[in-house]
Design a protein around this ligand. Structure first.
Ligand SMILES: Nc1ncnc2c1ncn2[C@@H]1O[C@H](COP(=O)(O)O)[C@@H](OP(=O)(O)O)[C@H]1O
Ligand SMILES: [Mg+2]
Length: 485
């Protein structure tokens, strides 16, 4: 049986079990059925799957807590001993039983952590050097540096981890424009940015290159992301910097990575470097966050920490871990905690979010919907006008998954085709956190038709629960014909 060995440190895999929907082992989220796992695997095997031993706080440190309430048949077993520092919380996957895609999820989360680290550095220099005056993406601007560099870095890390022959990636940037003579300066900065980031790989539990990558290797890594997706086999969908406008404005943006197999997203990882811990701060500009952070003592839960959310299809769990700070080393599970959608079902109590730019989604149409179902809206900035929560990028998906908002709606202008990398990671995370994501016709988004969400009916609707979802779908049907969309 395959044995998953964590990439971090010299310690052995963890012996915690994962057992179906919402039964994860975590000190903070204990479920009733636990057994004590011992270093002796034969002893553990001798226990019946239904055996229940209540967890005792006095359990010796060399023991671990293993939930055997339901063995997942897809799991495999490892005979390795226990990591003490991983006892606290498993953060989504484990070594003792190895659910499918464990290794892919491990590498993806670490790679997104690194990508966020890279983006933070670029965004920081953007804000400090340009005083907010930044060029658009097409003009060899610093944001382009982040886009290219994240794509190269993630592509290189995935290829190193799984072998380039086994890795197929669909991503936003294509390599041609970077190969032009006039892009030589930009390419130089990208190569440096990628190497600076990859030099930190061991800190994130991944292997970096032995020598700095040359220009051709960086271009090759970017160029490898040329898959067209499709219905068969496995590919990664990457949006290196989602919410470009948010990024250049020093506001919200996300790094989104999903693994799609046979047309279905099976893993979703969303890095949200500016995701505030308080939802009210989502609609503030970055500069307000900076002021607030100076006034508010920084705690481990502070807004500027940023986070990575992730989920595996069918696990019934979604997780959030903070971004790695300073020079710290990523020790799994990196204080991960489970996240869940909000329990609010009453539209009058629900908050809805949507894109900041009305060119990306019709604000007037969603305002009509909000009114017709009686949605509450969030207060924006300091002016107390009632507004929905308008946030750049897939951070909106993150807000639903974490329970900070209940509804996300996007209705692009007619003719605009949504791309798979703008949704795949968020869909898995929301669904595993307990939410619902469909098009406005109530159908699952179709990730099997290439790079676009072909056949999307009108718009995307994500909700914390089925009741809210049903109401929104009904409201769309009722008002669509009279809309200008
Ligand atoms: N006219 C349009 N209508 C709808 N979506 C658009 C659009 N133009 C760009 N987008 C997509 O919307 C994403 C940003 O989402 P949001 O508006 O929610 O912040 C963009 O991602 P990138 O910023 O990665 O290009 C892009 O994929
Ligand atoms: Mg995008």
């Amino acid at each position: 049986m395959p044995l998953y060995t964590p990439t971090l440190g010299t310690k052995s895999p963890v012996l915690l079990g994962h057992c179906g929907r919402r039964r994860y082992c975590s000190n903070r989220f204990l479920t009733p059925n636990y057994v004590v796992g011992f270093q002796s695997v034969s002893l553990l095997f001798s226990l019946q799957p239904t055996t229940t031993i209540t967890r005792q706080n006095t359990a010796p440190r060399h023991m671990n807590i293993v939930s055997l309430s339901k063995f997942n048949r897809n799991c495999s077993f490892s005979s390795s001993s226990i990591m003490e520092d991983q006892e606290e919380n498993m953060g989504g996957f484990v070594g003792f039983m190895e659910p499918k895609y464990s290794r892919e999820l491990d590498v993806a989360v670490r790679a997104v952590q690194m990508a966020c680290f890279l983006c933070q550095k670029v965004q920081e220099s953007l804000i400090s050097k340009s005083n907010g005056q930044v060029q658009s993406k097409d003009d060899n601007s610093p944001v382009t540096v982040a886009d290219w560099s994240v794509q190269a870095t993630v592509s290189w890390l995935l290829s190193e981890s799984f072998g380039s022959k086994n890795v197929s990636i669909v991503a936003e940037e294509d390599v041609q424009s970077l190969c032009k003579v006039e892009s030589a300066g930009l390419l130089e900065v990208v190569v440096k940015t990628v190497n600076d980031c990859l030099a930190e790989a061991p800190r994130f539990g991944l292997q970096g290159p032995q020598m700095a990558l040359g220009t051709s290797e960086v271009l090759a890594a970017i160029g490898r992301c040329n898959s067209n997706g499709g219905p068969i086999g496995r590919f990664w969908a990457l949006d290196p910097v989602d919410g470009t406008l948010g990024f250049v404005r020093g506001d919200q943006y996300a790094v989104a990575l999903a693994l799609i197999e046979d047309g279905e997203p099976v893993l979703g990882v969303l890095g949200c470097p500016n995701y505030p811990m308080r939802k009210e701060w989502l609609s503030y500009q970055h500069r307000y966050h900076r002021i607030i952070s100076k006034l508010t003592p920084t705690t481990s839960e502070s807004w500027d920490k940023g986070c990575v959310m992730y989920a595996r299809r069918g696990s019934g769990e979604a997780w959030m871990q903070p971004l790695l700070q300073g020079q710290k080393k990523l020790v799994w599970p990196n204080s991960a905690r489970p996240i869940q959608v909000s329990a609010i079902e009453n539209p009058a109590l629900a908050t809805f979010c949507e894109p900041v730019e009305k060119s990306n989604s019709s604000h007037s149409f969603t305002a009509g919907l909000a009114h017709s179902v009686g949605l509450r809206t969030a207060y924006k900035n300091f002016d107390c006008r009632k507004q929905p929560l308008r946030v750049y990028s897939m951070v909106k998906y993150a807000a639903i998954a974490r329970g900070d908002a209940e509804i996300f709606m996007k209705f692009a202008r007619a003719g605009y085709k949504e791309k798979i990398w703008d949704h795949a990671a968020g869909v898995v995370i929301i669904q595993e956190a307990g939410g619902v994501v469909t098009d406005a016709g109530g159908r699952q988004l179709d990730f099997s038709k290439g790079i676009y969400l072909e056949g999307l009916d009108r718009g995307v609707i994500a909700c914390a629960g089925a009741k809210l979802h049903e109401k929104i779908i009904g409201a769309v049907d009722a008002s669509w014909n009279s809309s200008s969309l």
